[in-house]
Design a binder for this molecule. Structure first.
Ligand SMILES: [Zn+2]
Length: 211
C-alpha cells in the first residue's frame, strides 16, 4: 500500500545520495525549525542562532531542495548551545509537530488518510510504520530504519548530533507522534527510549498507548 505521495522526490534523492555524497534530508528540518524558533524563542534569537550556524542564506528564504544533514546538525547544535534546555527541547518538539502537519497537508493523499483512520488501529499502525520506513529519506537520509511490532529504530541517524548530551531526535519523535495520533489513534504517544545523543548506539522510538 502506498501511503505517502513521494515517488518523484525519492528518485531524485537516490540520485543525489549515491556513492560518497553527503547524506541529505528534507528541507522541513530547517523550515519548520525556523518557524518553531520564531514562535518560542523570538525572531532575534532565531536570527542569532541561524547566523551562528552559518545559515544566513535561509534566514528569510526557504531551502527548496534536499539539504545536507550537516546543515541541520549545525542548526540543532546552536539551538542546544544558545537556548536553555527546556526551550531547546520545546523548539525541537514544535518543529517536529509542524513537520508532521506539513506531511499531513502535502505528502499523504487525503484518501489514504481517510482509509488509515477507518482501518482497525493495529492494521493502520502497521501500514503507517511501513510508509514511514519507505519515506525515511525525508527524515533520516540513507540511514537504516528498522521497525518492529511497536518500535521504529534509526541506525546511524544523520541528523542526530552524536553523543552531545542533547537529543535533537525530539524532532523525530514529534513527527511520528503527530502522524500516529492523527491517522491511527489519538491515545498513541511516541517515546524515544534510546538516543545516540545521550550515548546509546541507536535512536529508538517506542509506540505506546496512554490510557
Ligand atoms: Zn536520537
Amino acid at each position: 500500500m502506498t501511503v505517502l505521495d513521494s515517488e518523484t522526490a525519492k528518485r531524485s534523492v537516490r540520485r543525489a545520495t549515491v556513492d560518497d555524497a553527503p547524506p541529505t534530508v528534507g528541507p522541513n528540518a530547517v523550515i519548520q525549525t525556523r518557524a518553531a524558533l520564531d514562535a518560542l524563542a523570538g525572531r532575534s534569537a532565531r536570527r542569532s542562532i541561524f547566523g551562528a550556524a552559518g545559515l544566513e542564506r535561509f534566514a528569510d528564504a526557504d531551502p527548496d531542495a534536499m539539504i545536507e544533514a550537516d546543515t541541520v546538525n549545525a542548526l540543532n547544535r546552536q539551538i542546544a548551545a544558545k537556548l536553555d534546555a527546556k526551550t531547546a527541547h520545546a523548539v525541537m518538539k514544535r518543529a517536529g509537530e509542524l513537520t508532521g502537519d506539513y506531511i499531513l497537508a502535502n505528502r499523504i493523499p487525503k484518501a489514504a488518510q481517510w482509509m488509515l483512520r477507518h482501518l482497525p488501529a493495529y492494521i493502520a499502525q502497521r501500514a503507517l510504520m511501513a510508509a514511514i520506513a519507505r519515506n525515511a529519506w525525508t527524515f533520516a537520509g540513507n540511514a537504516r530504519v528498522e521497525r518492529g511490532a511497536g518500535f521504529i529504530a534509526i541506525h546511524d541517524n544523520p541528523i542526530c548530533l552524536g553523543k552531545a548530551g542533547f537529543s535533537s531526535c525530539v524532532w523525530h519523535a514529534a513527527v511520528f507522534r503527530r502522524l500516529f495520533q492523527t491517522l491511527v489513534d489519538p491515545a498513541i504517544t511516541i517515546q524515544e527510549t534510546e538516543c545516540v545523543g545521550w550515548g546509546s548506539e541507536v535512536c529508538r522510538f517506542e509506540i505506546v498507548r496512554v490510557a
